[in-house]
Design a protein around this ligand. Structure first.
Ligand SMILES: [Zn+2]
Length: 288
């Protein structure tokens, strides 16, 4: 193959034909150059497009980032609000404990209130997550503590409901608790209750919640009711004309259990009312 080419240029107007003699290596170089140029152009065009695309993507990401940061800050503000709420709950609980004479709040876990550190979003997420975990722990402790308060209050309410209080019948006291002369005699003996005189048929009411332990006739107390209140308390209502409850029945304070009478060893219509704590008679007047 020849090392040169001849390119003939034939003008249409009949002028002289021109001959261009080109070396083969030059043609090859020109072709390579052209290819390089096209390639470079294509690469530049691609780079430009890619750059534009990346720029718009960056803008979008910045926007998303900003929004996420804002959301994190709002979340943090929420945590602040909840911490404050929790602190107020703890205060209320402390006041309830004080009112109920309980020990002051056992564990108070303070949740740090305040801003979150500057930094990239992942570290902000960590910071907020940490605060939320603290909050969760504090809420658990608060719940436990309030459970304790509730149980203590329940106990107090139960004890209070089981403690005899008030008059068992409307009437007037004819004999007090303590030593007294036996009617018609000269001997002294202890009167273990309170005698309240009232008309026959006057309602006799339980002075505390409890369970009927006895509801029967006895020669001394006549038709009598004994109520077991738990916590060591028992009450006795004697000399009734009628008994309205049965053994084992649950009774509420104020519930009518009998009617005033004159049964048993009695000299007139009255209720013999006794309060015993752990088996020992105590003065019912103290709980009227
Ligand atoms: Zn009596």
């Amino acid at each position: 193959m020849s090392k040169r080419f001849t390119v003939m240029i034939i003008p249409e107007d009949g002028k002289r034909v021109r001959h261009l003699r080109i070396r083969r290596s030059l043609l090859t170089s020109a072709l390579v150059g052209l290819l390089l140029f096209v390639g470079l152009f294509a690469w530049l065009a691609y780079s430009q497009l890619d750059l534009r695309f990346k720029q718009s993507e960056l803008q979008h990401l910045r926007l998303v980032n900003g929004r996420q940061r804002l959301n994190l800050q709002r979340l943090n503000a929420d945590v602040d609000g909840m911490s404050g709420e929790l602190a107020r709950l703890a205060e209320t609980e402390a006041r309830v404990r004080q009112l109920a004479d309980f020990d002051s709040s056992p564990q108070a876990v303070p949740v740090a209130v305040g801003g979150i550190p500057d930094g990239d979003n992942p570290s902000l997420v960590d910071a907020v997550q940490k605060r939320i975990n603290q909050l969760r722990l504090a809420i658990d402790l608060r719940r436990q503590s309030q459970e304790d308060v509730r149980n203590l209050l329940n106990d107090q309410v139960s004890i209070s409901r089981a403690t005899p209080k008030g008059w068992p019948a409307r009437g007037w006291i004819t004999s007090y608790f303590g030593m007294r002369r036996i009617p018609g005699g000269t001997k002294w003996r202890i009167h273990e209750g309170l005698d309240i005189a009232a008309n026959i048929g006057t309602p006799v009411m339980a002075t505390a919640d409890g369970v009927v332990a006895r509801a029967e006739y006895s020669s001394s107390y006549g038709k009598a009711v004994i109520i077991d209140h738990g916590y060591g308390y028992r009450t006795l209502y004697g000399h009734n004309s009628r008994i309205l409850v049965k053994r084992g029945e649950r009774i509420r304070r104020g519930e009518k259990i009998a009617e005033v009478g004159n049964t048993g060893r009695s000299t007139g219509p009255h209720v013999h009312y006794e309060v015993r704590l752990n088996g020992i008679p105590i003065d019912p007047r103290k709980s009227l």
